[in-house]
Design a protein around this ligand. Structure first.
Ligand code: EPZ
Length: 423
């Protein structure tokens, strides 16, 4: 299993180009199931998660052409040969569950494994299923599978989510594009990836308005066509490198960055005393810190446009070296503090009380071997390792490969001493 060796204490200087967004790409790929025409996605992040989903799509009959190293992925679901997504595939990557809605909308039936819980929380899919039931689907949950049928097609429905779920909003929106009549999604999630998906679906002929707000209206159409679409840049990757530069110190400019999608993270960085110059038109974010001590900042994760849960671990690594105590509250997932004990191995002083972590800033972190159980937790340890004195080895970096394209290459190009150790 690969490990990442980091010799910390070097500032980062240079430019980092931000890749396409994993969490947008995964839903855009699934959209190919809605049409017999080709869907071409550019700015695709080459990650183990996106590669994994392309394999699942291939098992459903989608022709996938995505050579190694290419940034454009060609998907053609001219004919579907299967409407079954087995446990082995959905268990490994939760976003695989999102094939259910498009298969149901296009073929009238689908059998998809329930994803089960994961390291950050129980993560049920009840809101997804309620939306499909409201659209007239018959659902049977047995032996760990959802068996869904809508023999006469899905019908438009009024769905009021009890809280904004990213996955349920996207999933219902995908399915509603081919339903008969109008679907209204209220209290919908507003994450920028939802607007990216709606833009692609509209280019395919869907009629969606309001994506990016809490009320989305979808007027179903008979069929969708193919299109070409560029995946939006990854706001979480951008926020992560901004926090890495802030933690290690130095002067880093992020290019192709989705500046407008990062308001809460940029404001938290500024409160911590980091100089951030963001230019939405140029798509650049310059992050500087020149040896002055960071200040403590309290954060509270919230659905977009609040502070994203996917940057919580990285921000915790940052303020673990701040002057003062930061309170970090995680409101989205019930078990997303597993990085805290690992950060403590590097010398951080963190106490977790339920949904809150109390982070008492220390002057310096020291390198140590560490390990994490999910993607964002792993990268928080990389950030801490970059700032720590001495050597840090991050184990189980397959987590990083799920969501960060060329992480070691991008950091090394800015002067970090980072080496991938293969066994
Ligand atoms: C998406 O997950 C992202 N994943 C997550 O990124 C991200 O953390 C999350 O949104 C929140 O921003 C992808 O886009 C592939 P939710 P998702 O539905 O859609 C509960 C990463 O590191 N819930 O908004 O699964 C759920 O348990 C990942 O890249 C229900 O109770 O998130 C959670 O507590 C991790 N029932 C909350 O809602 C449901 O039916 C928010 O989940 C659905 C969700």
């Amino acid at each position: 299993m690969d490990r990442l060796q980091i010799r910390g204490g070097r500032p980062l200087n240079g430019e980092i180009e931000i890749s396409g967004a994993k969490n947008s790409a995964l839903k855009l790929m699934v959209a190919c199931l809605l049409t017999p025409e080709p869907l071409q996605l550019s700015n695709m992040p080459d990650l183990s998660d996106t590669r994994f989903l392309s394999q699942l799509l291939a098992t459903l009959g989608v022709e996938v052409f995505w050579p190694k190293g290419a940034s454009t992925c060609h998907l053609n679901a001219a004919e579907l040969t299967s409407t079954i997504a087995p446990y082995e595939q959905v268990r490994k990557m939760r976003a695989s569950f999102n094939v259910l809605g498009p298969l149901l909308a296009r073929s009238g039936h689908a059998t998809v494994s329930l994803p089960g819980g994961c390291a950050i929380g129980a993560r049920p899919v009840d809101l997804h299923l309620k939306a499909f039931e409201a659209m007239g689907a018959d659902l049977l949950v047995e032996q760990g599978y959802v068996k869904a049928a809508a023999i006469h097609g899905l019908k438009g429905a009024h769905v009021n989510f009890p809280f904004p779920s990213v996955g349920a909003t996207e999933h219902a929106m995908l399915a509603a594009t081919l339903a008969k009549g109008e679907t209204i999604l209220e209290n919908a999630a507003r994450e920028p990836e939802i607007a990216d998906l709606a833009n692609c679906l509209n280019a395919m002929g869907a009629k969606i308005t309001g994506a990016g707000t809490d009320t989305i209206r979808i007027t179903g159409v008979e069929s969708l066509s193919g299109t070409s679409h560029a995946v939006m840049p990854d706001r979480i990757e951008a926020g992560t490198y901004a926090m890495a530069a802030a933690a290690a110190g130095g002067d880093v400019t992020l290019t192709h960055a989705p500046v407008d999608a990062l308001g809460a993270a940029i404001s938290a960085l500024r409160k911590a005393g980091v100089t951030v110059d963001a230019d939405p038109e140029a798509g650049t974010i310059r992050v500087r810190r020149n040896g002055t001590r960071l200040r403590s900042v309290d954060i509270d994760t919230q659905p977009h446009p609040g502070f994203p849960t996917d940057l919580q671990a990285q921000f915790m690594a940052l303020v673990s070296m701040a002057d003062g105590t930061s309170i970090i509250r995680e409101n989205i997932f019930e078990n997303r503090f597993m990085h805290a004990p690992e950060l403590s191995r590097l010398g951080a002083n963190i106490t977790v009380r339920g949904r809150e972590a109390v982070v008492k800033g220390v002057e310096h972190l020291q390198g140590a071997p560490v390990m994490a159980t999910d993607l964002r937790a792993s990268v928080s340890l990389v950030i801490a390792g970059l700032a720590a004195e001495g050597e840090t080895v991050v184990n189980r970096i397959y987590h990083l490969d799920r969501g960060f394209e060329g992480l070691d290459r991008k950091l090394s190009a800015c002067g970090a001493d980072v080496t991938r150790l293969s066994e």
